[in-house]
Design a protein around this ligand. Structure first.
Ligand code: SR1
Ligand code: MG
Length: 429
């Protein structure tokens, strides 16, 4: 944690009253909303961990406004956080828009000084996590998220960029250290030690938390992942790609909130998606009124999870075969039929390594949502603590095995099978 709250000249946290006056001074936003300031409705709706979020509606249309606070909203002023995260979010959103078009919200206006972004209002979209808790089907999601990940990760990697452009991207994102530090602490360190902000369903999971702090193999495994996170600048990551960073309808998917963006290991983003599907899979035992009521949805969650990896792998490989413009693996080294075959075998091996990273990072993301500070509503909304702890114990059991015995998970099918097995075998906490 940095020591003091940042003071930036010209920065004022907005309220509905000040925001109306501010937005009326931006012609593009004023005309999008229509009418005059007095006709606009403005509500602060932020329920995330970090920022203010306003929904503004006028006679003609609406916008969403996101503003960084100089501290972590979830914790308060005791945890200062730099306003610069809005700069990195804006940069990542712009890059993601260039690479994926309508898979991210359009930006209408950016104010660096106010750390504020005015964006497209996504309606009637909802946060994906909320939809999945109520067992809603999203038939387009696997296609869309696999495209998003394949394009943002491939085109910002050394496979697609020349070394100078890649290094320029590393430099551009290098300052997002405070947000990276949150991940380094909350995901890779705190769940495995006594930390003030840790919490879990207690007393039910006390013995799990204690075992996690004493498990040498697990601590080595998570430390290897942390080292990769710290040192592997493979591609521009979203950095927080959970189902709370997706707004969607069954027909339209948008990826939001890339304030944790930086140049890091690709498996961190892919693993985040897989982790959140597994957490959701296990959570339905705590939500269904009649046992078995959600069997079909549970299987849908696993099917989607498998599609996501399979589609991502295919799309990433196709991009590599079609756009080998980067300085890595120069085509001049792989000429002729033999060269092409050698390179294709290496592409498959590359994806296998990325898969191993994905399994490990997914496991780390599952564990932090049960034993760390920030939990998922998939599990938090299970009111009965015993039922919740039983679901959480299954999350922890699978995640530990994925992290320590990663080679036992050679495919996404193996992960899905293990999830079913753990659900059947772990009866309680
Ligand atoms: C203090 S921030 C906690 C978490 O919220 C964000 O969504 C990230 O996942 C972060 O780790
Ligand atoms: Mg977020």
């Amino acid at each position: 944690m940095s020591a003091t709250i940042e003071i930036r000249e010209g920065y004022v946290p907005q309220s509905p009253a000040t925001l109306a006056a501010y937005l009326s001074g931006i012609p593009a936003v004023r005309s999008r909303l229509g009418g005059t300031e007095s006709q606009w409705s403005i509500a602060e709706v932020g329920d995330g961990n970090l920022n203010l979020v306003f929904i503004v509606k006028g006679p003609k249309g609406g916008v969403a406004v996101k503003q960084a606070l100089p501290y972590v909203r979830l914790v308060g002023e005791a945890w200062p956080l730099p306003l610069s995260r809005a700069h990195y979010e804006h940069m990542a959103l712009s890059e993601q828009a260039r690479l994926t078009g309508r898979l991210v919200p359009a930006i209408h206006h950016y104010d660096e000084k106010l750390a504020l972004i005015v964006m497209e209002l996504l309606e009637p979209h909802i946060i994906m996590r909320r939809g999945m808790i109520t067992a809603t089907l999203y038939p387009k999601f696997a296609e869309d998220i696999s495209t998003f990940m394949a394009r943002t990760l491939y085109f910002t990697s050394d496979l697609a960029l020349t070394a100078d452009r890649k290094k320029a991207m590393i430099a551009a994102f290098a300052g997002n250290t405070a947000l990276c530090k949150i991940t380094e602490d909350l995901i890779f360190t705190d769940p495995y030690r006594i930390a003030e902000l840790n919490r879990w369903t207690s007393p039910q999971l006390d013995s799990y938390a204690a075992r996690w702090r004493e498990d040498g193999a697990l601590k080595v495994a998570v430390s290897r992942l942390k080292l990769k996170f710290l040192s592997s600048a493979e591609a521009m990551l979203h950095g927080d790609l959970h189902t709370g960073s997706v707004m969607l309808t069954p027909e339209d998917t948008r990826i939001i909130d890339p304030e944790f963006a930086f140049m890091g290991p690709m498996g961190f983003d892919v693993g985040a998606v897989i982790a959140n599907f597994l957490i959701n899979y296990f959570s339905h035992d705590g939500h269904e009124d009649v046992p078995g009521e959600r069997d079909a949805y549970r299987e849908t969650v696993l099917t989607m999870m498998q599609q996501i990896w399979i589609l991502f792998r295919e799309k990433f490989l196709d991009l590599w075969r079609g756009n080998p413009a980067g300085d890595a693996y120069p085509i001049s080294l792989f000429q002729g039929e033999d060269g092409a075959a050698t390179l294709e075998a290496e592409r498959q091996a590359y994806m296998d390594r990325l898969w191993d990273d994905t399994v490990g990072f997914a496991a780390a993301k599952m564990i932090r949502r049960v034993l760390g500070l920030a939990h998922n509503i998939d599990l938090e909304w299970i009111k009965d603590a015993d039922r919740r702890a039983a679901c959480e114990a299954r999350v922890l059991t699978l995640a530990r095995d994925m992290m320590v015995n990663t080679t036992d998970y050679p495919s996404i099918t193996a992960v899905a099978d293990a999830a079913r097995r753990v659900r059947a075998e772990v009866k309680s906490y």
